[in-house]
Design a protein around this ligand. Structure first.
Ligand code: ZN
Length: 234
């Protein structure tokens, strides 16, 4: 009687170990996708930052161009003034002022050129980041498809195993199922039974006493390991 129960329970355990492994596989499969999502997020952030730099650059150019326009207007005004000048001293003071404004203009022009070439570089970087993002999104989609297919396959196998499990569970005499479930809830590898080989429990590798071995051989009751609580069998 006990031996029959042990037999059904070991069969059940075999199924549960497989179920546990597949559930783990199912849990881990989408983790690959997280990596792809991370790559996409990083690229999106990079692109957003480049776009914002491009905007800033354009703003900077507009502002400098406005300053330049103001300086041009000022030079025009000063040149008009130059025609109305009476003394040499006034003339040279005004000339000096015009040269100063022109020097400022030259600095502004250089700055504008600098901003233009920076904006151009940002534009190039933006385009390549966009391409990188497209590639990453495509890869993410492919990986998602693979993951979904793999998960579907695992689900199918799990479905079959769960059906098989309930068939086996029905064969377990009442009371034993509760004990079995309680033990597997606490073991990492989801095993509730352990064979005894050379007086050692194969679940936790602790010694089993000769008296317990005798009781196991008698096969009247279930004997549980004193260390790991697993149901022992020979
Ligand atoms: Zn044990």
């Amino acid at each position: 009687m006990i031996n029959d129960t042990i037999k059904v329970l070991t069969d059940l355990q075999e199924i549960d170990v497989k179920i546990h492994a597949l559930e783990e596989e199912k849990r881990k499969k989408p983790l690959v996708l997280e990596e792809e999502d991370k790559a996409v997020t990083i690229l999106k952030e990079k692109l957003a930052s480049l776009q914002s730099s491009h905007k800033d650059s354009r703003k900077e150019i507009d502002q400098k161009e406005l300053f330049l326009k103001e300086k041009e207007d000022k030079v025009l005004k000063l040149n008009v003034q130059l025609n109305t000048i009476k003394t040499n001293k006034e003339y040279s003071t005004l000339q000096h002022e015009i040269s100063g404004v022109k020097a400022d203009m030259s600095v502004l022009e250089d700055e504008i050129l600098g901003f233009f070439s920076r904006a151009e570089q940002i534009q190039k970087d933006t385009e390549s980041a966009q391409k990188e993002l497209e590639v990453a999104l495509k890869k993410r989609d492919e990986v998602a498809k693979e993951v979904n297919a793999a998960v579907a396959e695992v689900d199918k196998a799990l479905g079959e195993l769960y059906v098989k499990r309930s068939e086996f569970a029905e064969k377990v005499p009442s009371g034993f199922m509760t004990i079995y479930e309680k033990i597997i809830a606490h073991t990492v590898n989801k095993t509730a039974l352990a064979q005894v080989i050379e007086e050692v429990c194969q679940g936790c590798f602790m010694d089993v006493s000769p008296q317990e071995i005798n009781e196991l051989m008698r096969g009247k009751d279930i004997i549980r390991c004193r260390s790991c609580s697993r149901i022992l069998y020979l």
